[in-house]
Design a protein. Structure first.
Length: 572
């Protein structure tokens, strides 16, 4: 009996770690048809995009297909999300390009090696974050920072494709010098390439606007390929991508130098900080829609394995794809089987159909990326931020400018740093309030700035809206003294409502102990109301509990004021 129970427990743990096994164990047969159709649809729509992303990163086109194949399989095995499709993404690939481009010196095979190592680093960092519970670190990338990054990334993405659109072989990499070079060399524009690219981009934009669920990228891909073959566009000066090797990716363990690793590690950390929160948001959105639970740590592990698989099989860093996930859901995808079917379809394409890509014009890929870049600019978010929180609006603008001026990775670091400084400033000078009685209720609340500074004659009830720590300890002490000095009547009690104080550090405890002793010498009693149990235990460990004394703690402000009134009555 015990052995059977142990086996069942082990099986349950296995299903928890391997969600796909749990899905297959209870998989309804009527899901299979919709999952197969969704998987084929995802694959067909995905092919042109991932080839374009490989071009963006400076890699041979086949490596985009390799990354998608490996990432989909790795993610599907371990993800708690049933709809999310993993693979290369425009915003993440831009980070890859920013790190790999300067190191590779234009050598596509060298770029492929560096990109594979980046994927391995991303996977390792994600696994480390999952093991030591650091997934919350990714949440440091606030919404304004993300909006600003996406704007800067979008403009950089568009700028990197301008050379292909105009038919100019550019030499610059950074945004401002690259745009300046394009403007300076406009007279070298290859007009057939430019006209063809603009027509394709216009067609894709129209399709995405009026039929967002229609596979517009696939239509552009097919039209460009057919016209290239029919009219021999290569002979007229239109560049094509050339031979794409047939076959599945090989397992390889890429190696780089220590100096290259020092550049790749920060870039990989930036990708992790972008990929995880975006992946979690996407998974939660579709999990809520389809009524099942998402486990963030499991998602982090799944993304880690997806990147490790991509790195070992000639791919590059990947994340959760919003467009492919939306297609999966819209076409009736119910489970992780969709990813496996899409991977199987892609494997067949790699084995049989890659020679078709030989005559694909590179300007077709550029048009897909340009439209994707424009769609990354979220003007609606800027309007919302400006209306609701102008400080966040300017933070987003600053991050976008930082990404454009100093680069993608430093721009993200600047944004996160500004966000953290903003949080620290808010915690160092938090809101506070004098609590006053709500008429007819017997309760005491923050009623704003109207009324006297005293709760009842001789007593001040004060609430501090932040944890007490080194940066705001002196501010807390100063505010207590200011309230006592501003009181119209001599203060005998001050009741500190600690409902919003969930922690206190040693520096703040020392400051509080000092002010308690000083106020006691002035005949003012300090009482604590609504301190939660962890906070009381913390106060006890650092010695402040004894200095206040047991009678100084009350379950509510109302209880403390009743005790004050009783003592005042007894004294008379």
């Amino acid at each position: 009996m015990g052995l059977t129970g142990s086996r069942r427990s082990s099986a349950r743990r296995g299903l928890w770690f391997l969600p796909l096994a749990g899905t297959l164990r209870t998989y309804p047969r009527n899901w299979l048809r919709s999952d197969v159709l969704a998987g084929i649809s995802v694959c067909i729509v995905m092919i042109p995009s991932v080839i374009a992303y490989a071009e963006l990163a400076g890699l041979p086109p086949a490596h985009g297909l390799y990354a998608a194949l490996a990432a989909m399989i790795g993610y599907a095995l371990l993800a708690s999300s049933r709809q999310v499709i993993a693979g290369p993404d425009a915003a993440l690939t831009l980070l890859v390009a920013a790190a790999v481009g300067p190191l590779s010196g234009g050598d596509a095979s060298k770029a492929a090696t560096l990109a594979a190592v980046m994927a391995l680093l991303c996977g390792a960092l994600m696994l480390l974050a999952a093991v030591i519970k650091l997934g919350a670190v990714a949440e440091l990338l606030s919404r304004p920072v993300l909006v600003g990054y996406l704007t800067g990334a979008a403009l950089i993405l568009v700028s990197t494709q301008l050379g292909k659109l105009f038919g100019i072989a550019t030499r610059e990499y950074d945004f401002l010098p690259l745009v300046a070079e394009i403007v300076r060399r406009l007279c070298e524009t290859h007009m057939l390439t430019f006209a063809f690219g603009m027509a394709l981009a216009g067609l894709l934009a129209v399709l995405q606007h009026f039929a967002p669920r229609f596979p517009g990228a696939l239509v552009v891909f097919a039209i460009a390929l057919i016209l290239s073959v029919l009219f021999s566009l290569e002979s007229h000066g239109v560049r094509v991508i050339g031979n794409v090797p047939r076959g599945l990716p090989r397992f390889c363990a890429a190696r780089v130098s220590l100096s290259e690793l020092q550049v790749l590690v920060p870039a990989a950390a930036g990708i992790v900080m972008l990929a995880f929160p975006e992946g979690i948001l996407l998974a939660r959105a579709f999990g809520a829609k389809n009524r099942y639970e998402i486990r963030p740590t499991q998602e982090l592990i799944a993304l880690a394995v997806a990147n490790l698989a991509a790195g070992f099989f000639q791919g590059f860093p990947s994340g959760a794809s919003q467009s492919r996930t939306s297609i999966c859901d819209a076409t009736g995808g119910r489970s992780q089987i969709v990813s496996l079917v899409a991977a199987g379809t892609l494997a067949l394409f790699l084995l049989l159909l890659t020679p078709l890509l030989k005559f694909l014009p590179t300007v077709a890929l550029a048009s897909i990326l340009i439209v994707a870049g424009v769609r990354l600019i979220e003007l609606r978010e800027y309007r919302l931020l400006f209306r609701v929180a102008q400080r966040d609006f300017w933070l987003a603008v600053a991050v976008a400018a930082g990404v454009l001026v100093v680069g993608v990775i430093p721009g993200i670091v600047i944004g996160v740093t500004i966000s953290l400084i903003h949080v620290l400033v808010r915690l160092a000078r938090p809101m506070d309030a004098v609590l006053r009685p709500v008429p007819g209720t017997g309760r005491f609340h923050d009623l704003g700035d109207d009324g006297e500074e005293q709760t009842v004659p001789g007593l001040i009830a004060y609430r501090f809206y932040a944890p007490l720590f080194f940066a705001n300890a002196e501010h807390f002490v100063r505010r207590v003294r200011e309230l006592i000095a501003a009181s119209p009547d001599p203060v005998r009690w001050i009741v500190v409502d600690m409902q919003a104080v969930w922690d206190i550090d040693v520096t703040a405890a020392d400051a509080c102990a000092r002010v308690v002793e000083e106020l006691r010498q002035e005949g003012i009693f300090v009482a604590i109301a609504r301190a939660n149990r962890p906070l009381r235990e913390r106060l006890q460990r650092i010695g402040l509990y004894e200095k206040l004394g047991e009678p100084a703690y009350y379950p509510s402000v109302h209880a403390a004021i009743e005790e004050f009134e009783r003592r005042k009555t007894d004294a008379h």
